[in-house]
Design a protein around this ligand. Sequence first.
Ligand code: OMP
Length: 232
Amino acid sequence: MKHKSQIFVALDFPDAASAWPLVRRLNPDMCGLKVGKELFTSAGPEFVKRLVDEGFRVFLDLKFHDIPNTVAKAVRAAAELGVWMVNVHASGGRRMMEAARTALADFPEPPLLIGVTVLTSMTADDLAETGIAVEPADQVQRLARLAAVSGLDGVVCSAWEAEQLQAEFGRDFVLVTPGIRPLGSEQGDQRRIMTPEQAQALGIQVLVIGRPITQANDPMAALQAINHSLTL
Ligand SMILES: O=C(O)c1cc(=O)[nH]c(=O)n1[C@@H]1O[C@H](COP(=O)(O)O)[C@@H](O)[C@H]1O
């Protein structure tokens, strides 16, 4: 059977009131939902719990990056909300990621614990300015190795790095790829981008898509068109 990528819609809205009109029209069979820094900061854990209670798979994208003790406790708090997936920055290092893994040990159904590698908005030049003078793909690979040995379930990367990571870590290692742009949609601040169809053909498990859906004139039609293109 053809691999079907799961779409997670990035609910990058300023507050709950702006997000609900779209959420109300969605159902958990259509997509998962990602709550990131903007919406979480304004709408908080209650909003996340409501999505979980309505049966949505929720990706809590707060990209934790701090000392091991702090990240471990933050990841536990995320798990207590019942989210399906949570992420930390892999560049926080092995001890930080191991602490996060250990913090989830006593949850019967812990969320997937995912490491962010190199943000999809970054190019080699952006990386060089932070003192990392290597190609994004090499840095992604290095951080994915660290995430894997630290016991994480997968990584956030761009679709361009998928084949290299699948070859090294196999298909059970979960790849989450933002920077997904249907043909004709605006790139915005993203740099390492790919279409949904190309990303699905690579066997990527989770495609994160925000503005091409949420900023479309008709967000439901945009989501349906993408879902349809993935079933062809
Ligand atoms: O962890 C993420 O979700 C993430 C990692 C990354 O490298 N790049 C990235 O764009 N994201 C998130 O994915 C979403 C992409 O949104 P759009 O660019 O609007 O499709 C945003 O909510 C970002 O915060």
